[in-house]
Structure formats: C-alpha cells, structure tokens
Write a protein of this length. Structure first.
Length: 46
C-alpha cells in the first residue's frame, strides 16, 4: 500500500552550541474515517 501521499517529511535544522544537526520530522495524515474503522475492528479496545 502506498502511503506517500499521506506522509509529509520535513527536515529541521537544530543548533546546539557548536553542533548543528538535521532531524527528519515525519507527519502522517490520517485518512477520513480512520477512528471509526479502528473501533469497528477492535471494539474491545478504547
């Protein structure tokens, strides 16, 4: 399954003293009705 359209990756530059490092932040967009589908398949979990 291809979730690339639901995923957003952005690089953030952090500066800590003399060191600079880049971290990738991934954000996943939940599809519509995700919670309802989850409750349907796992009714015992809250």
């Amino acid at each position: 399954m291809n979730n690339e359209k639901n995923k957003e990756v952005r690089k953030e530059k952090h500066k800590e003293g003399e060191k600079t490092f880049i971290s990738e932040v991934q954000e996943f967009q939940r599809p519509e009705g995700y919670e309802d589908a989850f409750k349907k398949y796992y009714p015992q979990q809250k």
